[in-house]
Design a protein around this ligand. Structure first.
Ligand code: AHG
Length: 341
């Protein structure tokens, strides 16, 4: 019997590090810390259905400890893993108002800061639908001293690495360090390792899926609605109508479209002219992944990665996925002036 060689995430990261002769290993270690946090979150996510049996969030468990909400737990695991690692100078999380500086001696000298959404799609937890963790890694603007807000307010085009973990029918970690290379690793629970399962992911240029919350139809711009109508209109030559698929967890919708080809949209609405999704924690990391997989990510007028953030929790409209579909959506969207940027 021939046994196929398994490549674990740690082996893969170390192997990639060899391509950079001056690499110190800090980024590799940082990615390893995030993978560890993901495994801890995954363990908890798998037990989420037992919360009603073992105790509701906010109540005490059998050890007398408070049962935490899963998104708070995920935030704490990410923060703790990065804090003790010494490779991270500070974090900004969707779950906290401001950024957090790690000011111990090692972290102060660290080169990187990390932004994350610890548990994306948290409203789907109660109904057993896939959720995720999204992360983005930047180099500190000023390598000396503790980090400050400017380190987090960098445009996405300055990203060093980004990725997500999807807690789905299996648990996967997908990440990129740029160079048009995106790789996916599936967690093998029997050995507790992420193993390379999706090398060099390329998003199909012509997708066949559109993902948008159509219940906001009345509040979208005319351009967005015209694009949605285009997606539904039969046309043999371009394989329309496209399939409509919307999970309501960005990570899951994005992941499906990344593998199968499609567009994900969270456009501006009349009541939310900047949409719902956060630039730092959701849109930038997904845009970096999309572009490095051969896709696109726009806010309706410009490249997501070129937006210079002005605040930590800034929201932006998002159109991302297969290149042909995003380009087509932009043609329709640009016809209309409702999108405010
Ligand atoms: P939350 O984590 O609060 O559940 O938000 C999830 C985000 C994102 O993952 C998803 O694409 C979007 O919100 C769904 O929002 P709508 O319910 O408005 O469609």
């Amino acid at each position: 019997m021939v046994t196929k060689k398994i490549t674990t995430l740690s082996e893969f990261i170390l192997d990639k590090q060899k391509d950079f002769p001056f690499a110190t290993g800090d980024l590799s270690a940082l990615l390893g810390d995030i993978a560890l946090a993901a495994k801890l979150i995954n363990r908890k996510v798998n037990k989420a259905g037992l919360v009603d049996i073992l105790g509701d969030a906010g109540s005490n468990n059998i050890h007398g400890e408070e049962v935490k909400k899963l998104d708070v737990f995920a935030h704490e695991q990410m923060t703790n893993c990065l804090r003790v690692s010494g490779e991270c100078a500070g974090i900004a999380s969707e779950e906290s108002d401001g950024y957090l500086v790690f000011d111990d001696d090692r972290s102060k000298k660290a080169k990187y800061v990390v932004c994350y959404d610890p548990l994306d799609g948290s409203s789907n937890i109660d109904v057993n639908i896939s959720i995720g963790t999204i992360f983005a890694i930047y180099r500190k603007v000023n390598p000396e001293g503790v980090c400050d807000e400017l380190d987090f307010l960098q445009a996405g085009n300055k990203l060093v690495a980004a990725g997500y973990v999807i807690y789905g029918s299996s648990t996967m970690l997908v990440y990129t360090t740029g160079n048009n290379n995106v790789n996916g690793f599936t967690l093998d629970p029997s050995i507790g390792e992420f193993c390379l399962s999706h090398p060099n992911i390329r998003i199909p240029e012509k997708g066949g899926i559109y993902s948008v919350n159509e219940s906001y139809w009345n509040t979208f711009s005319i351009g967005v609605n015209n694009f949605i109508r285009y997606c539904k209109t039969p046309d043999k030559a371009s394989n329309r109508p496209y399939n409509s698929r919307y999970i309501g967890t960005l990570v899951s919708d994005f992941h499906r479209n990344l593998i199968k080809g499609g567009i994900f949209m969270y456009p501006a609405t009349t009541s939310h002219p900047d949409g719902k999704l956060r630039l730092l924690y959701e849109c930038n990391p997904m845009a970096f992944l999309a572009e490095n997989a051969g896709g696109m990510a726009m806010n309706g007028k410009k490249r997501i990665l070129d937006i210079v953030p002005t605040e930590l929790h800034q929201r932006v409209p998002l159109f991302t996925g297969s290149k042909d579909m995003v380009e087509k959506a932009m043609e329709f969207v640009l016809e209309d002036e409702l999108i405010l940027i």
